[in-house]
Design a protein around this ligand. Structure first.
Ligand SMILES: NC(=O)c1ccc[n+]([C@@H]2O[C@H](COP(=O)([O-])OP(=O)(O)OC[C@H]3O[C@@H](n4cnc5c(N)ncnc54)[C@H](OP(=O)(O)O)[C@@H]3O)[C@@H](O)[C@H]2O)c1
Length: 425
């Protein structure tokens, strides 16, 4: 095989192949030999010892080498990487990748090309790092009908939200701590703004619903506006705030979202803390199934990559390469905001202290028949705050309601809005 990338994941792949060679060979029937390794900088000091003549900075040394049957891509990136992999597939090479950005953007094109050329493309590590989720969705749920996938698929944001829930620090302080600990990148935009999770849920949704979904189908929102006050209100309602990636389908179509959600403490995702990931799959026959574990890191992610390498090698041995690619036979219909119904928490700030609260309540009462319940502030000290919990309301109706609330003269602003999950009544 050729290995593209010798960073966090690539080094883990080398380590697992070296340490577990005998065990791997027993499963495959032959040794795995890493014959070339693509890097950017040949002179870089590395923890993993790799013979210098195996290293290259020229991707063609791997893509065009007739002795390389399998390419493991762990360099990251999208456009250039897509070109490398399409070229490699045209040359008849099987692919294993951990690249969610690539698969969440060009997965359809890459899988189509692989099918044409009878090549395998496996990407278990692209979602959930070390957690097996892609193969179970494709294989173990084959006899069932998945209608919802809901997960915490980004460790960085979950670390930050877990800290915000337990400690008294602000978002900015916790983000800085995450960066110092190496859990957040120096530019954390992709994680914090939900982009990383959006790539992942587009992949999971495609597999769960057997259709072609991409990141452009995901409605996403990040966590940078979450305040300590929101966390406090969440707790008063027995909820935690989590960044959830959610894919749902019913007879009317599919909705994909990434957003901070108030989730009831009784729901298993509410107690997933730190950098861990967890994904709940809801299907007709089995009900709720939960996948939990380390969503990133060198060895956990490499374990998934090497699992895929074994799968490719077994398929090669049996002469069935390219036959286990995921099928996409369902029509894709993304729901409009009129068709997506959820429950919401809304926090309103009044502009004039105590007297405004009763004014707001009476202003809301009767105007918005879509809001079936609302409570006065649960914070006795916050005399100018009102919390509303809605029943199921469409997204488009919610937006109309929010605009009307903001137009009320007694209202300073709508301070926060959160989707609620795991709330029974
Ligand atoms: N880290 C995780 O926990 C994790 C988890 C799940 C999925 N992933 C995915 O796995 C992939 C790799 O992540 P990583 O954390 O291992 O990245 P990383 O530590 O930054 O390593 C990237 C490696 O690729 C090489 N590289 C990058 N661009 C290149 C180019 N244009 N040409 C040649 N070599 C290039 C780098 O070379 P140099 O060493 O010379 O700089 C480095 O060895 C990404 O797609 C990521 O999303 C990572």
């Amino acid at each position: 095989m050729g290995l593209m990338g010798l960073g966090t994941v690539g080094s883990g792949v080398m380590q697992i192949i070296e340490e577990n060679q005998r065990h791997l060979q027993q499963q495959i029937g032959c040794p795995i030999e890493v014959s070339r390794v693509l890097v950017r900088d040949m002179k870089k000091k590395r923890d993993i010892v790799t013979p210098h003549d195996k290293l290259t900075t020229n991707p063609a040394d791997i893509i065009n080498d007739p002795d390389i049957h399998l390419i493991v891509e762990v360099i990251g990136g999208v456009e250039l990487t897509k070109e490398y992999l399409l070229q490699a597939i045209e040359n008849g090479k099987h692919i294993v990748t951990a690249n969610k950005n690539l698969m969440g953007t060009y997965g359809v094109e890459i899988l189509r090309k692989a099918k044409e050329h009878g090549c395998d493309v496996f990407y278990e590590a692209s979602v959930g790092g070390g957690i097996p989720i892609i193969r179970p969705l494709v294989e173990s749920f084959a006899a069932d009908r998945v209608h919802k996938i809901m997960g915490i698929v980004n460790g960085t944001t979950n670390f930050i939200l877990s800290k915000l829930s337990k400690d008294s620090e602000t978002f900015e302080v916790v983000l800085e701590e995450a960066q110092k600990l190496g859990y957040a990148e120096s530019d954390p935009t992709d994680d914090i703004e939900g982009i990383d999770s959006a790539y992942k849920i587009s992949i999971l949704g495609s597999l769960g619903f057997q259709t072609n979904l991409t990141i452009s189908d995901v409605c996403s929102q990040g966590i940078s506006n979450i305040t300590k006050r929101d966390v406090w209100y969440g707790k008063k309602l027995d909820c935690e705030i989590k960044l959830l990636a959610i894919a749902e389908r019913d007879a009317n179509g599919i909705s994909l979202s990434v957003e901070p959600v108030m989730i009831h403490q009784n729901h298993p995702l509410a107690s997933v803390n730190g950098v861990n990931n967890a994904i709940c799959v809801y299907s007709d026959a089995v009900g709720e199934t939960i996948f939990y574990g380390q969503g990133a890191g060198s060895l956990p992610t490499a374990h998934s990559v090497v699992g895929d390498i074994v799968a490719v090698a077994k398929n090669m041995n049996q002469g069935v390469s390219g036959r286990s690619l995921p099928e996409t036979h369902e029509e894709k219909r993304i729901k409009s905001d009129d068709e997506i119904y959820e429950k919401y928490f809304i926090l309103i700030e009044a502009n004039n202290g105590n007297s405004s609260i009763s004014n707001i309540i009476s202003s809301l009462d009767g105007i918005f028949d879509t809001i079936e319940c609302f409570d006065k502030s649960i914070d006795e000290n916050a005399c100018n705050e009102i919390m509303i919990k809605t029943q199921l309301i469409s997204k488009s109706n919610l937006n109309k309601v929010l605009r009307k609330i903001e137009e009320l003269s007694v209202v300073e602003k709508v301070a926060s809005v959160y989707r609620m999950e795991g709330i029974s009544a």
